[in-house]
Design a protein around this ligand. Sequence first.
Ligand code: SF4
Length: 360
Amino acid sequence: MEKMDSRSFLEEEFGEICLENNIRKFRSSQIFKWINQKGAHNWDEMRNIGKEDKETLSRVLFIHPLEIVREQRSQDGTRKFLFRLADGEKIETVLMDYDPLNSRDRHTICVSTQVGCPVGCSFCATGMDGFRRNLTAGEISGQVLDVMRRVQEEDPEFKVTNIVFMGMGEPFLNYDGVMKSIQILNSENGQNIGMRRMTISTSGVAPKIIQLAHDNPQVGLAVSLHSSSDEVRDSLVPMNRKYPLAVLMEACRKYTHMTNRRITFEVALSNQNASRKEAEQLVSLLKGMTVHVNLIPVNPVKGSTVKRPAKENTMMFKRVLEAGKIPVSIREEKGSDIDAACGQLRQRLECEGYESVNQS
Ligand code: SF4
């Protein structure tokens, strides 16, 4: 029988596995805690579980911590991890603004949900590399566990408080894996991270926005909008060809109606969209909605024709939104010293923007 990933199970599922293997039920909470609260990397760490039970479980389950291939630290406290998965694929995870000497109560991790991404946004390095596969729930929650373990080596009190699903991949194209990872991370015997402290960022998969409002209205929503015109958005975010703005905005209105929650709209500003006309269109599009807009001046990605906008154009864009009574902020680059070689800057910028503005 093929072994299963111990990180991909809910506590009640551990209960069933214990039952099937003649292990007393109360062990399931203990094992779940070792795996998902303490982030155990092997069976030997589980000191209060008997040898026989551990041997039985290790015949059906494996524990595969993500391997840290590279860790980069920015002067501003951002730490970026390149992880290797069991099959050799690599993903990135970012811990924002961590400073042990000036500890904040909030520590946010930006997790990946897919290896590569099928959406192919024109400004995104991940999209340019194509799509490989979805991450499992355990690979998504495992990013949080393994960053936590790594940081706790230096700072034993360290805890992750917030999660943003904004790394590599389109979370809504891996809906089941993401939802299960949220349940695992939210578990009282796991990381116990509140649903309201988790946010999913989408390129605009409209039906899943409504499904999220049904399934889990506590989880926050961010939408990578980038343009209020279908013509421009078609070229920046190809998801728009499937779910054009009228469909997307209808789903967003339904989401707000069902959840009563504010949506963050992310607008990566470039030489292609930082115009007065675009800003005025954005005001018309969002008028009357409960939103916050993050403006993110993009950095050029190698191989892309998209360029950073002139500063005065960014400021003009912001002023037009303010005049239209749309709450707005500009997110500037951080951690450029660790991003020079990697091309994932866009994702981290969005994570940072969201973290600063919209977490409750
Ligand atoms: S921006 Fe997001 S949705 Fe678009 S290609 Fe990159 S990872 Fe995929």
